[in-house]
Design a protein around this ligand. Structure first.
Ligand code: CP
Ligand code: NVA
Length: 322
């Protein structure tokens, strides 16, 4: 037995390089054997809370927790007191007495941090305005599976195009830096990442042998890349800005011409939901370089790996880390 250690996954750099590798190796094992570990047999309950809509995150955590032997208690904002203004700290202390972990999709990052502060069980960010770390684990699992394993993630060049100030851009910056990748992010002026996140990513990249490039030039970002990513131009919570946001991103649309600047065997990923004809053309997302269905399926395996790893740490049970 190792010393029990309470760990949360609130942003991508909550795992270091070796830990991220452990989780991704575990994810690949779960992909091969859906019932590889069942740490929540009992069943132990995991609260899975949604303050924003979801298809993939909801289904992958619901089915994933059940496959881990647990009971997923799925709570929607509209059906909870949290949605009527009950303080996060109060909700956290109630759930902590019942559930063995909390997974939460919400707005501000401060909310998941507050939940973690009052929890004695792991808290997982299932998307905030700032980060989407579970998605990045699935995306990197997908690269590893298409590139011969987790050891080959280091030095992969990934390019993200579009709204470079959103949660996906931030998570590629931090998660890619942890992996030791060369991370390139391109978007128009006004939609570039927070300098603090870029600075954090640069510091982590330097430790792991990777690099960070933030640019307004989409071709510079994509040139010779191994994997190209994009995301919606209008994230959840930004619907009122739809008209304004439909203008600045056209140069960053991932189309066949732009994909042609990447490596010949480059793959394309998108966290989904996708808007064909906006951030990506149908030709690309439905074409031979697209691995978006593998990526979506890997949400299940990557999150089961993450929950199992966090449980292993919390219990001091090293058998759950591999
Ligand atoms: N990619 C993703 O998180 O999808 P959902 O919003 O459907 O959960
Ligand atoms: N940036 C998008 C990601 C959706 C999974 C959003 O926050 O809506």
């Amino acid at each position: 037995m190792a010393t029990p250690e309470l760990r949360h996954m609130l942003r991508d750099d909550d795992l270091n390089h070796e830990e991220q590798k452990q989780v991704l190796e575990l994810a690949i094992k779960f992909h091969k054997d859906r019932f590889y570990h069942r740490p929540f047999a009992g069943p132990q309950g995991i609260a899975v809370i949604f303050d924003k809509p979801s298809t993939r995150t909801r289904s992958s955590f619901s089915i994933g927790v059940a496959e881990l032997g647990g009971y997923p208690l799925v709570i929607d904002k509209s059906g909870s007191q949290l949605g009527r203004g009950e303080p996060v700290a109060d909700t956290a202390r109630v759930l902590d007495r019942m559930a063995y972990g909390v997974v939460w999709r919400t707005f501000g990052q401060d909310r998941v941090e507050e939940m973690a502060k009052y929890s004695t069980h792991p808290v997982v960010n299932a998307l905030t305005d700032e980060f989407h770390p579970c998605q990045i684990l699935a995306d990197f699992q997908t690269i590893a599976e298409h590139r011969g394993g987790v050891d080959n993630l280091k030095n992969q060049t990934i390019a993200y195009l579009g709204d470079a100030a959103n949660n996906m851009a931030n998570s590629y910056l931090l998660g890619g830096a942890v992996a030791g990748m060369n991370v390139r992010v391109a978007g128009p002026y006004g939609y570039l990442p927070d300098p603090q996140i870029v600075a954090d990513a640069e510091a982590i990249a330097a430790e792991n042998g990777g690099s960070i490039l933030v640019t307004t030039d989409p071709k510079e970002a994509v040139a010779g890349a191994d994997c190209v990513f994009t995301d919606t131009w209008v994230s959840m919570g930004e619907e009122a800005e739809y008209a304004v946001r439909s203008k600045p991103f056209w140069d960053y649309q991932v189309n066949a011409d732009l994909m042609a600047q990447a490596k010949d065997d480059a793959i394309f990923q998108h966290c989904l939901p996708a808007y064909r004809g906006k951030e990506v053309t149908a030709e690309v997302i439905d074409g031979p370089q697209s691995v978006v269905w593998d990526e979506a399926g890997n949400r299940l395996h990557a999150q089961k790996a993450l929950l199992t790893w966090l449980a292993g740490k919390a219990r001091g049970d090293e058998s759950l880390l591999a």
